[in-house]
Design a protein around this ligand. Structure first.
Ligand SMILES: [Ca+2]
Ligand SMILES: [Ca+2]
Length: 252
């Protein structure tokens, strides 16, 4: 009986087996965590990708700006070089002309010949020097040209082609009102000298503001050439070959 009771008591004290936890309560937690981790990982990847793209774009833009700046600097240096060559050309031209006897005056440069030629040959000489027989477009210019006493020069005024219609060979317009006070008394008269010749070319006799006389174009006179410094600089001069300045000289 005792053994049987002991067995019965032992059997009775055996703790009851725990019932398994229902799986339905833990699965949503793990699932939410996995989603959260996935979202964090995705966010991290997106952040890294954004930073990488920003760095790449910044580097590329910086390289483009440096390249653009270099090109602008190169263009600027080329313009400076061209300006320097032009100034050098102008300087050489003026020095050469002055050494040949040309005179600078009020933006123009003049040549007073010492020898005599007919009017057409005098104009050819002027053309060969990138100039024309002089025009006179103001009282101030007339005063400059008529300085001296008695010298006699062809100027670039003619009515060849249409009697009495005066024009300047350098293309300046003939101003009747300005020019009236520059003719000598009773000139122009187109005097034929009784030999069938007419007077279609004008010479200037220095020493008086009223200095012009029309004369026969075949007469030999000294002459005055004129060239505008501005037009000479724009068109260039054949007097001096210009050696291009190497660009490298202007580089720092
Ligand atoms: Ca005439
Ligand atoms: Ca005359």
């Amino acid at each position: 009986m005792d053994t049987e009771n002991i067995y019965m008591n032992f059997h009775i004290r055996t703790p009851p087996l725990k019932s398994p936890q229902p799986k339905a309560e833990t699965q949503p937690v793990y699932k939410n965590l996995r989603i959260l981790y996935a979202l964090l990982l995705l966010f991290a990847l997106m952040l890294v990708a954004s930073l990488t793209a920003t760095v790449v774009l910044y580097s590329w833009e910086s390289a483009c700006l440096r390249l653009h700046g270099t090109r602008l600097q190169q263009r600027h240096l080329e313009k400076l070089n061209a300006s320097y060559q032009e100034l050098q050309h102008q300087y050489r031209t003026i020095i050469t002309l002055i050494s040949e006897g040309w005179r600078l005056h009020n933006g123009n440069i003049y040549y007073f010949s010492s020898v005599k030629k007919p009017w057409a040959e005098a104009q050819q000489f002027c053309l060969s020097k990138n100039s024309n027989l002089t025009s006179v477009t103001s009282k101030e210019e007339q005063e400059f040209l008529s300085q001296g006493t008695g010298a006699d020069y062809w100027i670039g005024l003619t009515d060849q082609g249409s009697e009495g219609v005066w024009h300047w060979v350098d293309g300046n317009p003939y101003n009747q009102s300005v020019s009236e006070g520059f003719w000598r008394l009773d000139q122009p008269d187109n005097w034929d000298q009784g030999k069938g010749f007419t007077e279609d070319c004008v010479h200037l006799i220095t020493g008086n503001l009223r200095a012009w006389n029309d004369a026969n174009c075949t007469i030999h006179h000294q002459w005055i050439c004129k060239s505008s410094l501005k037009s000479r600089w724009l068109t260039g001069s054949p007097l001096l070959p210009i050696t291009p300045l190497p660009l490298a000289r202007l580089k720092p």
